[in-house]
Design a binder for this molecule. Structure first.
Ligand code: IPE
Ligand code: IPE
Ligand code: MG
Length: 241
């Protein structure tokens, strides 16, 4: 079958979720400190966000820092938070120019107050942008997200705003941090690891998975393009025959 470029574009996954892994090993392999790997990784984010938009992706979710990552060395956590601060400051202008809407998901209350404030501001400032939604998972853990959704739903039932019989997939999805975002069509993990590491556990029920051996700092638009091509060759069945 010969697909025209228009047809190809129409098959671009609507939502790609990436686990950006391998910054540390990228640096160690070169005899460099892990912090440098994270710095390079932050640069790759900028290129991939731009690339994804150009490829027609409507939602891009990036796993930047997990709830379990709080357990890393204090120095490494400091480096990562410093990079996040820089990213929030520096990229706003670029993101506005590109018409990208930014959203953050995770246990955001665990972040320093100044970061929380910048996040609120950047979300408000980009709210009306509509070329692509960039969702950044930071201090994020899927189990924590699910537990918080359970508590929200229980609260609604207790207050009499919802009957137990009406709890369904939609009600539960709407109680998650990702309420305005469709489920990912494709999950990509870089660095060769093949695990989910507490990422979007509810939302990936029918996602396709792609594991790339490339360390995140080396990942670029070309890699993403190839992965989308692979995605297009798959048949999604959703349990049907
Ligand atoms: C991903 O790279 C970034 C974060 C998890 C914050 P890693 O720091 O996990 O790099 P590796 O897996 O040790 O190589
Ligand atoms: C997952 O990577 C989290 C992010 C990429 C932000 P990790 O490097 O923390 O995951 P594990 O520890 O290898 O499972
Ligand atoms: Mg890792």
């Amino acid at each position: 079958m010969n697909l025209s470029s228009k047809d190809n574009k129409s098959k671009t996954p609507q939502h790609i979720a990436i686990i950006m892994d391998g910054n540390g090993r990228w640096a160690t392999k070169r005899g460099l400190p892990r912090a440098l790997g994270h710095k390079k990784g932050a640069e790759a984010v900028e290129e991939v966000v731009k690339g994804a938009k150009e490829l027609g992706v409507k939602y891009l979710t990036l796993y930047a820092f997990s709830t379990e990552n709080w357990n890393r060395d204090e120095d490494e956590v400091k480096t990562l938070m410093g990079l996040l601060r820089e990213y929030l400051k520096r990229n706003l202008i670029e993101i506005q120019k590109n018409n990208v809407k930014i959203k953050f998901i995770g246990e955001l209350y665990m972040l320093d107050k100044d970061i929380q404030d910048s996040i609120k501001k950047i979300e408000a400032d980009t709210e009306k942008n509509d070329a692509m939604t960039l969702c950044i998972a930071i201090s994020y853990g899927a189990r924590q997200e699910i537990l918080s959704a359970v508590k929200k739903v229980v609260g609604l039932v207790k207050r009499g705003d919802l009957s137990e019989a009406d709890i369904d997939n939609k009600v539960f999805s709407d109680a998650l941090y990702t309420r305005d975002i469709p489920d990912p069509d494709l999950v990509v993990r870089t660095s060769g690891e093949q695990r989910i590491s507490n990422y979007l556990l509810w939302q990936v029920a029918y996602a396709e998975f792609y594991f790339s051996d490339v360390f995140w700092p080396d990942f670029n638009k070309k890699h993403l393009e190839k992965i989308i091509e692979d995605f297009n060759s798959r048949e999604r069945r959703y349990g049907k025959s």
